[in-house]
Write a protein that binds this ligand. Structure first.
Ligand SMILES: Nc1ncnc2c1ncn2[C@@H]1O[C@H](COP(=O)(O)OP(=O)(O)OP(=O)(O)O)[C@@H](O)[C@H]1O
Ligand code: SF4
Ligand SMILES: [Mg+2]
Length: 330
């Protein structure tokens, strides 16, 4: 993959991932003792601009969560570099990592399993203040209550436990916890996928309002193109551990360049502004333990040619600010 979309330390870049790799060991099959390698993230370079949202979209298992966790150093990459605010944090550890983590937070898909059932909500929300010695006791309680009100709950919610709340309310608690330390970057990993459709828009709009107020950047992970379009300034489309297309959201949705992006968009009615072409995305995603040679997407691509099975295309600038990984685009 070319480093074409990489602009480390450029004025507007908050987070820059460069050529990041991550593989996990896994059993070949349920009945097999043979261990194989799952290539979850396979040479990814992306930038998250300050105060903006990079949407990361792709089918289940393509590596979105792994990449999101690497971005905030919850997971160490096997190779590649992570720069945050111009600083190389790839190998940071101990106190330096702990301090950097204050400025990087995560919101999970399932707020319930990520909220300690034995802690009162105000202590969940204020845990970071406690850990970093910012507030304790009465001050912590009052600050937590103000934050809970800001995310659409009541001050009284602080004295309750997570199980006393609905899914949407729990996600508000998860959001309050994530923003308590005024982070510069929040990874939101499918934050509304577990919620009723009626509640999703409220949570998304809350995230947008908070972004404006706090100036945070989001790495917003979703498999839902409508949600990605609603939230993102930039979009990266991922397939089997690699970025297939990357560019400004409005342009990508108006005129997708990569055959995979075109296939994904055509499956969602009324998403594009232009009359939509119908492209059938055939077959299942191949296993990340044995990704196809050449272009990862060639086994499902409606435009595939013999060269695609042999030569892996580079991610190249196909139009100003727009990048695609395809032999026949750009
Ligand atoms: N800890 C792990 N051990 C082994 N394999 C893992 C681990 N975490 C992820 N994987 C594998 O890595 C690949 C990418 O997983 P990941 O969770 O990053 O994908 P995803 O795009 O977030 O999927 P989803 O949309 O289902 O959440 C998958 O094949 C997954 O099974
Ligand atoms: S390189 Fe070939 S297989 Fe890959 S997306 Fe382009 S046309 Fe399809
Ligand atoms: Mg995931």
């Amino acid at each position: 993959m070319s480093g074409g979309i990489r602009r480390p330390d450029a004025g507007g870049t908050l987070l820059a991932l460069s050529n990041v790799y991550k593989a996990f060991p896994a059993r070949k099959s349920f009945f097999s003792a043979e261990v194989v390698s799952v290539r979850a993230v396979d040479g990814v370079s992306i930038d998250v601009p300050r105060g903006k949202t990079l949407g990361l979209v792709g089918e289940s298992g393509c590596g979105k969560t792994t990449l999101g966790r690497i971005a905030i150093r919850l997971l160490a990459p096997d190779a590649g570099t992570i720069r945050f605010e111009g600083l190389d944090i790839t190998h940071l550890s101990g106190e330096a990592l702990r301090l950097t983590r204050r400025r990087m937070q995560i919101i999970f898909q399932d707020p319930y399993s990520s909220l300690n059932p034995r802690m009162r909500v105000r202590d969940i929300v204020g845990e970071g203040w406690h850990v970093h010695g910012i507030a304790r006791g009465k001050e912590l309680r009052e600050r937590a209550e103000r934050l809970l009100v800001r995310v659409g709950l009541t001050a009284e919610a602080g004295g309750k436990y997570a199980h006393e709340f609905s899914g949407g309310q729990r996600q508000r608690i998860g959001i309050a916890r994530a923003i308590a330390l005024s982070p510069k970057l929040v990874v939101a990993d499918e934050p509304v996928s577990a919620l009723d459709v009626s509640v999703q828009a409220q949570i998304l709009n809350l995230l947008k309002d908070l972004q404006e107020e706090y100036g945070m950047a989001y790495l917003f992970v979703s498999h839902d193109l409508r949600v990605i379009r609603h939230m993102s300034d930039q979009v990266a489309v991922m397939y089997l551990g690699k970025i297939m297309e990357h560019g400004p959201s409005a342009e990508l949705f108006r005129e997708p360049l990569h055959p995979y992006t075109r296939s994904l968009l055509s499956a969602v009615p009324m998403l594009g502004n232009a009359p939509q072409e119908r492209i059938v995305l055939s077959g299942e995603i191949p296993s990340p333990t044995a990704p196809p040679p050449g272009c990862r997407f060639h086994t499902r691509c409606f435009m595939a040619q013999p060269v695609c099975a042999e030569v892996c295309p580079l991610l190249r600038e196909a139009a100003p600010g727009r990048f695609a990984s395809c032999h026949f685009v750009g």
